[in-house]
Design a protein around this ligand. Structure first.
Ligand code: ZN
Length: 139
């Protein structure tokens, strides 16, 4: 089940510049930074109520974020829904005809389990499902 919007992913060229904007212009507090090796990005998180903003800076030319920036420039990259059972939710969307980028969840920022859905099958929005790692049922 989808519980809430967990975060919005925002692609940026330079994390330092973006963090400065969110801190100085909007007065938000950066919760922390983290490199996510599997996605070849550096991230910075901000909390806006219950929803987080996830700024994404590519760490290499073949990062998915580098490709996105080349094609679209900086801006909103994805929306992430928090789910209580990522495997079950992946199964549900797959049965509804959605193509999965990750058939099996991978480790994302904050040690969460994440999986992306193909935007060609989600009305144009790159969609991430995420679940706190510790809550994942082990079989
Ligand atoms: Zn994300």
């Amino acid at each position: 089940m989808i519980e809430q919007i967990d975060h919005l992913g925002i692609a940026v060229h330079r994390l330092d510049d973006a963090v400065e904007y969110y801190e100085k212009a909007l007065g938000l507090h950066c919760l922390g930074r983290e490199e996510v090796v599997s996605q070849k990005v550096n991230t910075a998180f901000f909390a806006v109520g219950e929803v987080h903003l996830e700024l994404l800076e590519p760490t290499s030319e073949d990062s998915p974020i580098a490709k996105f920036l080349k094609k679209h420039g900086p801006g909103i990259h994805h929306i992430a829904f928090r789910v209580d059972d990522i495997d079950g939710q992946l199964n549900t969307v797959k049965q509804a005809g959605v193509r999965l980028i990750h058939e099996v969840p991978i480790e994302g920022a904050g040690a969460k389990l994440v999986a992306f859905l193909d935007p060609k099958t989600t009305q144009g929005v790159l969609t991430e499902l995420c679940q706190a790692n510790r809550e994942r049922p082990r079989i």
